[in-house]
Every structure is written in structure tokens, then in C-alpha cells.
Write a protein that binds this ligand. Sequence first.
Ligand code: A4P
Ligand code: MG
Length: 199
Amino acid sequence: MSLRKAGQIGGVELMAVQGVEVWVGLGSNLDDPGRQLELALAVLQQLALGDSLQCSSFYLSKALLADSANEENGQQPDYVNAVAKFQISLAPHDLLQQLQAIETLQGRVRDETTVRWSPRTLDLDILLYADEQIDTATLTVPHPGIRLREFVLYPMYELSQSLVIPQLGELSRLVMRCPMRGMRLLNDDGRESDVENAS
Ligand code: A4P
Ligand code: MG
């Protein structure tokens, strides 16, 4: 792990970070979701060190709803999801701040009236930050949803078949246990195909 303390300004600890591998989940189900992911990837490419960014295919997945989903929240368009991994030189909370800024730039509305897991133009989640385990008021890593989400596990598996996730173990075993809930692969031409038949 290459985090090292670089000093303090106004009580804020500055961390100098060199080449940390991060995994970010991308999701959108509003306003041309595939395009939203492409726009976000172009910005992530700028954050990434060198040409380290790799992105999975895009997948079309059924919206996972919060337990408390009400009538209005119960009808949601399908999501387009993908996962990107890249090297960065940002400390974890700084990365979170950057991701939230990208979400806002792409029209994500987040205020006290927003229903949890309501439709969104863009959601960027930190899935993994190297092999760190982080549990603060604003950031939990590994992301708590990884284990049960087909739209996270399958794209991650596309990028690494040998990954071992802190607290959760081998990615391949998580994938085997996770039903696909009708998830479809989106081809470059925007057509859908079965995930199993993808080569
Ligand atoms: N936060 C804590 N840990 C993290 C992390 N690892 N990455 C905090 C990003 N944020 C993290 O997030 C709420 C707060 O979580 C943030 O302020 C941050 O400090 P948010 O993006 O404002 O709201 P949210 O995304 O609605 O909440 P939440 O609980 O993070 O939801 P998820 O887990 O992001 O799930 N169905 C499909 N098919 N595909 C999807 O992508 N996504 C969701 C949202 C629901 N259903 C979905 C999908
Ligand atoms: Mg989120």
C-alpha cells in the first residue's frame, strides 16, 4: 500500500498517494444512460494515471430497489452498469469528492427530498481502494453492495478472474453464487445479448 502522510493543513490530513489501484462502479438509468457512462469514463480517464484505466462491457440490469421502495420508486427504468479499474494518486475521500463532482456535473440531483435509490443520471461508487478497508461516516470500502449485485460482480470478473476482495474472498466464488436477474450485455452497437453467450 502506498499511502503516506504528507502533513496537515487546518486539521485536514494530507495524504500523498502513489499509484493506488481503485475499482469504481458506474450506473445510470436516466437521460441516455449509455451516453452518461461514456461521458463519465472520459472524465475518469483524466483522473487515472497514464493509460491505466480499463473498463468492462456495459450491462443492462433491472433496477435494484430499496426495501422501502414506494409506488413511485417501484417503477424504474433499467440501469446501464459497468465497472472501471485504474491507478490514481488521490486519497480515498478525495476520490469520493471527485466522483460526486462528476455526478453533479452530469445532472445528478442529491438533496434531502431525494428518495433512496431513486432513478439517477449517474452513480459512481468506490468499490475497492487497493486492499484497504475503510469505514467512516461518508465512506465504506469495500462497497457494502458488492456481494449481492450482479451488475457489479460480473463486470468486475470481466476485468479480473483472480481477484480476492477484502472481507469477501474470491471474486469467482461470489460470481458463481450470484443470480443474473436477467442482466443483458450491451454490445457496442447498443444491441443486447445474453451474458452467458458473450465471448
Ligand atoms: N458512501 C459510502 N461509501 C461509499 C462508496 N464506497 N462509494 C456514501 C460511494 N459513496 C459511498 O450515496 C450516499 C452516500 O454514500 C454518499 O454521500 C457517500 O458519502 P449517494 O450516491 O448519494 O446515494 P445512493 O447511491 O442512492 O446511495 P447508496 O446507498 O450508496 O446506493 P448504491 O449502493 O449506490 O445503490 N440497480 C441497478 N440495477 N444498478 C445500479 O447501479 N444502484 C443503486 C444505488 C440502486 N439500484 C441499482 C443501482
Ligand atoms: Mg451511490
